[in-house]
Design a protein around this ligand. Structure first.
Ligand SMILES: [Zn+2]
Length: 213
C-alpha cells in the first residue's frame, strides 16, 4: 500500500504510475489524481500557448515568412513532408531521409511542358496552382522511394489521377478534330507538323503514365 500525496488515500501499488525518478519507483500521486492534474496542466498549457502566441505574433510571422521563403528556394522541403504524410496514411514504403533525396525541381513539367512555379504565380491565392510542383510515384505499386519519384506539375498530377486511358484518347481525338477544322486553311505541311506535335504530346503523357512503353 502507498499513500497518495494529494488525496491522502491509501491505495495498492498498482494504483500508482511508475516514476523512475522516485525512490520507490512510483509516482507520488495515485493514477486518478495524476489524471486530473495532467488534464489541468493541458488546459493551462493551452492557455499559456495562446497568450504566448498573441504576445509574439511578429516572431511567428517572421518564422512563417522564413518558412515560405525556404519553400520558395527549395520546394522539396515541403514536398518531402507531403510524401511522408501520405506514406504514413497509405502505409507505403518511405526512404527519403532528407529533402535532398528528392530529384531537383525541374524548370518545366516533364509531362505538359508548363513552367513549374512555387510560392507565387498566376492565380496564386496562398494555395497551390496548376503550375505548382508535385511529387508523382513513377510506379504506382511502389512507395515513396528515392528512385520512384518524379516531380511534375500539379495539373499533370491531377490529370494522371483523374483521367483514364480512354479519357486521354477521347480528348486527343476531340483536339485532333478541332485542330483539323482550324487547319483547313493551313498548308498540308503545317497541318502534319501540328498533328505530329500533338501526337508527340499525347505519347509523352502516355509514356509517363506507364501506359505506353
Ligand atoms: Zn490520489
Amino acid at each position: 500500500m502507498k499513500k497518495c500525496y494529494k488525496c491522502k488515500k491509501h491505495s495498492c501499488l498498482n494504483d500508482f504510475h511508475k516514476d523512475k525518478s522516485r525512490k520507490d519507483g512510483l509516482c507520488n500521486l495515485c493514477k486518478e489524481c495524476k489524471k486530473t492534474k495532467d488534464k489541468g496542466n493541458r488546459k493551462n498549457r493551452k492557455r499559456y500557448n495562446l497568450k504566448y502566441y498573441s504576445n509574439n505574433i511578429s516572431k511567428y510571422k517572421k518564422y512563417n515568412s522564413r518558412r515560405r521563403e525556404l519553400h520558395r528556394i527549395d520546394p522539396r522541403i515541403r514536398l518531402r513532408g507531403g510524401c511522408r504524410a501520405r506514406a504514413i496514411e497509405k502505409g507505403l514504403d518511405f526512404d527519403l531521409k532528407s529533402y535532398k533525396d528528392l530529384p531537383k525541381v525541374p524548370k518545366f513539367c516533364p509531362i505538359l511542358g508548363i513552367p513549374l512555379i512555387c510560392g507565387k504565380g498566376k492565380n496564386f491565392k496562398g494555395g497551390g496552382t496548376d503550375n505548382s510542383p508535385s511529387t508523382d510515384r513513377i510506379d504506382n505499386d511502389r512507395g515513396y522511394l528515392k528512385d520512384n519519384i518524379q516531380i511534375i506539375s500539379r495539373k499533370a498530377n491531377q490529370m494522371k489521377s483523374n483521367a483514364t486511358f480512354e479519357d486521354v484518347e477521347m480528348l486527343y481525338e476531340y483536339m485532333k478534330k478541332q485542330r483539323r477544322k482550324q487547319c483547313q486553311t493551313m498548308t498540308i505541311i503545317t497541318q502534319v507538323s501540328y498533328l505530329d506535335k500533338l501526337k508527340n504530346k499525347v505519347i509523352n503523357i502516355l509514356t509517363l503514365l506507364g501506359i505506353v512503353k
